[in-house]
Design a protein around this ligand. Sequence first.
Ligand SMILES: Nc1ncnc2c1ncn2[C@@H]1O[C@H](COP(=O)(O)OP(=O)(O)O)[C@@H](O)[C@H]1O
Ligand SMILES: [Mg+2]
Length: 274
Amino acid sequence: MSTETIDRPVTAENTCYHIKESNQGTSLDIKDFNLWYGNAQALFDINMSIQKGMVTALIGPSGCGKSTLLRSINRMNDLIDDLRIDGQIKVGDYGIYGPGVDVIALRKRMGMVFQKPNPFAMSIYENVIYPLRVDGISKKSILDETAERSLRAAALWDEVKDRLDESALGMSGGQQQRLCIARGIASDPEVLLMDEPCSALDPIATAKIEDLIHQLREQYTIVIVTHNMQQAARVSDNVGFMYLGKLIEYGETGVIFVNPKLQQTSDYITGRFG
Ligand SMILES: Nc1ncnc2c1ncn2[C@@H]1O[C@H](COP(=O)(O)OP(=O)(O)O)[C@@H](O)[C@H]1O
Ligand SMILES: [Mg+2]
């Protein structure tokens, strides 16, 4: 399989790099990042500048390290035994693997949404404001404002405003996922991390989440893992194609899907492997 670039230089080691840059600059800067589960290396020399106010999609075959990379960004991997990393990830100027990092404070700067909607067994209202409760905020006006603002931002307010006290478990799957997005943005993070957020949803619910991603991108830096190539093409500004733990090509979405620089990327997106 050829890994030669067609007409653009490789600007980051090991990666064919041709991203669209944001006029707001870089939000997350991943530098020489490696990760091992025990003796098995899962990420190799990842170098990636994730642009502020844009949507970045991670694609690649199952097991190539997309979720591992996403979980490295908010240090969720810390919970795994026998994990080792080297390299650095910065959010703004803050090195998230530096000494003395407050991991709880860090996670507040990053909302996370998972594959399967995971609402808590409590009311719609309590689900949304959960991050504030954890912070010990109890002033009703603040909680009410946050609930409304987050539900509006998650395009759910009109559907649930008259039943905020009902259990979240009675909602449809698509509503539950939008609720999880509302909860993810309630503490006003800078970054929203989404790991295959539509894979458990039907096409209509999926379309609503994609619309929502479009609306949220103005305000948040979004990183989305998806195995759905059409979805990556529809929602993202830049795409990182990963394979066997490496970032192979990282570039502007239109270029990646129409005229990728590497044969390997082209083979994957046209369904020749994966
Ligand atoms: N908790 C874990 N412990 C050990 N190995 C893991 C763990 N999570 C993922 N892996 C391994 O790391 C590699 C990348 O997995 P993952 O990040 O889940 O890939 P993707 O999200 O692209 O499907 C795979 O080989 C997987 O088996
Ligand atoms: Mg995954």
